[in-house]
Design a protein around this ligand. Structure first.
Ligand SMILES: [Zn+2]
Length: 382
């Protein structure tokens, strides 16, 4: 991974380059950034740069023997640790290294959901177990083989549990020339003992423009399509890439059809749609619901007279305008609440058929009968 392959984040790249030039590379660093900001690719590019035999002023060379090994994630001094779904208690990250290489090289902006798809995860919880902590200590106790540095990139230390304390000594008193790079998303979920021993590298969310430009230049999107995705993904490139794969246009037609059937109180046709939704798969269902939430939010802007803030391509804008003639702001908020609740349950493996059936009935109630469920009361009673 080279810096030039990473979207945006120029200030962070510069800071990392400077730390090498000024010879003040801290041996334990925490790359902290929200999902889709590029913290994992940044840590990897940084490690490659440190190890590069022919460093350029602003990037690794990409062709020396070290870079070539790094680019396949096959360098003997580069180690990864990450959450996994252990089948046996002696499983470590190394058990899944082939899948890891494939997942990262396919999309370095992966998240835990994408990673899960590479593993036989069933409904297990991901974590970094004690066997893995011992493995890390063992790996880092050897001298580097080829490079000036031995690097361990630990992705998502949030999943370390208490076992992470086993790593404290190695973070505090590392072997010479070892580098410990933690890549995290939520500061609150990291063991304090680890937090206090690492130097923080803060990585901001990507900007709308960075994402839009990337989608146009590297993914052949039209200006319009790129603008829509950049707007919907909220600075999260992982999410933008997922949307790209799943073709939002399909969601739009599907979603509007769902609302139309609800408005017309067409229960039987809605059941057919529920069947299709239930078969979509968890990731698609989540994206579909997120698309719906964003679309209704745009309708809310139109309804409250803030049409100039609406970011929709012309065809979708036209549908949104039509929607606002049959839906007031209270109904719109009612639908958003139902969609958000459904998203919450999809994420937690709720039964999709029951879940989408329930949302469909609520949409009929809201749009056709103008009754909005007393959300809070019902929640407490449950
Ligand atoms: Zn190189």
């Amino acid at each position: 991974m080279q810096f030039k392959e990473i979207v945006g984040q120029d200030a962070v790249k510069q800071r990392l380059l400077n730390s090498v030039k000024e010879n003040r590379v801290s041996h334990a660093q925490l790359f902290l950034g929200p999902e889709g900001s590029g913290s994992l690719p940044l840590a990897t590019a940084y490690a490659q740069y440190l190890s590069c035999e022919n460093k350029q002023p602003d990037d690794s060379c990409g062709i020396c023997s070290s870079c070539r090994k790094y680019q396949k994630l096959m360098h003997p001094d580069l180690h990864f640790s990450y959450p996994f779904f252990a089948k046996h208690k002696e499983d470590t990250a190394l058990t899944f290294i082939e899948q890891w290489r494939e997942a990262f090289l396919t999309n370095p902006y992966l998240n835990l959901d994408t990673w899960r798809d590479y593993l036989d995860a069933e409904n297990k919880q991901a974590n970094i177990n004690i066997a893995e902590c011992h493995q890390i200590i063992k790996k880092l106790s050897f001298k580097p083989f080829e490079s000036p540095y031995k690097v361990l990139i630990l992705w998502l230390p949030e999943y370390l549990d208490k076992e992470g304390n086993a790593l404290l000594k190695i973070i505090e008193e590392p072997q010479p020339n070892t580098l410990f790079l933690l890549v995290a998303q939520n500061q609150d979920q990291i063991l304090n003992t680890i937090l206090s021993r690492t130097q923080l590298v803060k990585i901001p969310q990507l900007s709308y423009n960075d994402i839009k430009e990337h989608l146009v230049e590297k993914h052949n999107q039209t200006d319009e399509a790129a603008a829509e995705i950049a707007y919907l993904c909220n600075g999260n490139l992982t999410e933008a890439l997922t949307m790209l794969r799943e073709d939002n246009k399909g969601y739009h037609g599907f979603f509007v059809n769902w609302l139309r059937l609800g408005y017309a109180n067409k229960g039987i046709e809605m059941m057919e749609l529920v069947d299709q939704l239930a078969k979509m798969g968890r990731e698609n269902q989540k994206n579909f619901l997120r698309y719906g939430i964003s679309f209704i939010r745009e309708c809310c802007l139109l309804l409250s007279g803030a049409g100039s803030l609406v970011h929709l391509p012309p065809a979708e804008l036209e549908t949104a305008q039509k929607m606002t003639r049959v839906m007031d702001i209270e109904q719109a908020h009612g639908i958003i609440t139902e969609l958000e609740k459904a998203h919450y349950h999809v994420e937690r493996n709720g039964n999709p058929k029951i879940l989408f059936l329930d949302v469909s009935l609520q949409i009929i109630k809201i749009l056709s009968f103008k009754t909005i469920r007393a959300e809070r009361t019902q929640y407490i009673q449950n």
